[in-house]
Design a protein around this ligand. Structure first.
Ligand code: KIV
Length: 285
C-alpha cells in the first residue's frame, strides 16, 4: 500500500504525518569534512519520493538522456526536458536539496545566457540549485550566477557533455598535466562560489587532493571514498543496465525483477488467470 498522499495545497508529496524539513544549500556546505553527503539522481516524481528520505541531495542529471530517453549522449538534452523532470522531482521530494543539470548549450555562450537558463530552471521547477560542467573556463559564469542568487554545483574531471572533445568516457587525470588541470579546475570553480563540486571519473589521488584543497564539499562519482559525498545514477545502482562504468556498484538487480514481473503478467494474461476475482468489478446484489 502506498503511504504517500499528494498535498495538493503545496503540490508536495507528503509521505509522513510530520514531513522532514527540506535541507538547504548552506547546510550542505556545512557538511564539508563531516558525515558524507548522500546524493542520487532522480528523474521522476515517484522515484524522488522513494529516495528522498535517504538522501541529502537529489540530482536531476542530464544522464536522463541515456537513462530515460535512450539518447546516445547528454548532448541533445534540452532545457524543456530538464524543467519537466526537475519539476516532477521537486514535487516528489520534501527533504533533499534538489539540483538540476544545465543542459549542453544552455550556459556556455556567456554568463548572461547561463543566468537566463538557470533562472528558468529554478522558476519552473522550484529546485534550489543548478549544476554545470567545466572548470576554469566556467569560473566567471559560476561567479556571475552565484552573485545573482543562484546556487551552483560544479562538475569537473570527466565531463560527459564534452564527450566529443574528450573522445570518450574514460577516467581523467592519468597524466601529470591532466591531473594538474583537474585540480586547477576544481579550485577555480570553488573560488568562484560553487557550493559543491562533483568530481567524476578521476584518479583517486586527484580526488583526495581536491577535497583537501577546496573549501566546498566534493561529491565523488568514480573518484574516492575520501570525497565529502558520493553520487550515483539511480538506474545504474539499481541494476537496470547490464553494462555500467567500473565505478558503479549495483545494489540490486532491478532489470531481473522487471523481466520476471513482465513474464509472470504475460503468462497470466495468456492463460486468462488475470484478471482474477479480486481485480474485476461486479454489480452488487
Ligand atoms: O547527469 C548526471 O547524472 C551526472 C552525475 C553522473 C553526476 O552529472
Amino acid at each position: 500500500m502506498s503511504t504517500y498522499m499528494l498535498d495538493t495545497a503545496t503540490s508536495r508529496a507528503n509521505p509522513t504525518p510530520a514531513p522532514m524539513k527540506r535541507l538547504t544549500v548552506p547546510k550542505i556546505q556545512a557538511m564539508k569534512g563531516g558525515e558524507p553527503i548522500v546524493m542520487l539522481t532522480a528523474y521522476t516524481m515517484r522515484m524522488a519520493q522513494l529516495l528522498d528520505q535517504h538522501c541529502d541531495m537529489l540530482l536531476v542529471g542530464d544522464s536522463l538522456a541515456q537513462v530515460i530517453y535512450g539518447l546516445p549522449s547528454t548532448v541533445p538534452v534540452t532545457l524543456d526536458m530538464m524543467c519537466a523532470h526537475g519539476a516532477a522531482v521537486v514535487r516528489g521530494s520534501w527533504h533533499s536539496v534538489v539540483v538540476i543539470d544545465m543542459p549542453f548549450g544552455s550556459y556556455e555562450a556567456s554568463p548572461e545566457q547561463a543566468f537566463e537558463s538557470a533562472a528558468r530552471i529554478l522558476k519552473e521547477t522550484g529546485a534550489a540549485a543548478v549544476k554545470l560542467e567545466g572548470g576554469e573556463a566556467m569560473a566567471e559564469t559560476v561567479a556571475f550566477l552565484v552573485k545573482r542568487g543562484i546556487p551552483v554545483v560544479g562538475h569537473v574531471g570527466l565531463t560527459p557533455q564534452a564527450v566529443n572533445a574528450l573522445g570518450g568516457y574514460g577516467a581523467r587525470g592519468k597524466s601529470e598535466a591532466e591531473a594538474a588541470k583537474i585540480l586547477a579546475d576544481a579550485k577555480a570553480v570553488a573560488d568562484a562560489g560553487a557550493f559543491a563540486i562533483v568530481l567524476e571519473g578521476v584518479m583517486e589521488e586527484i580526488a583526495i587532493q581536491a577535497t583537501r584543497a577546496i573549501s566546498c564539499p566534493t561529491i565523488g562519482i568514480g573518484a574516492s571514498a575520501q570525497c565529502d559525498g558520493q553520487v550515483l545514477v539511480i538506474d545504474d545502482m539499481l541494476g537496470m543496465f547490464e553494462q555500467t562504468a567500473r565505478f558503479v556498484k549495483k545494489y540490486d538487480d532491478f532489470a531481473q525483477h522487471v523481466t520476471d514481473a513482465a513474464a509472470a503478467y504475460a503468462a497470466e494474461v495468456r492463460s486468462r488467470a488475470f484478471p482474477g476475482e479480486g481485480h474485476i468489478y461486479r454489480a452488487r446484489g
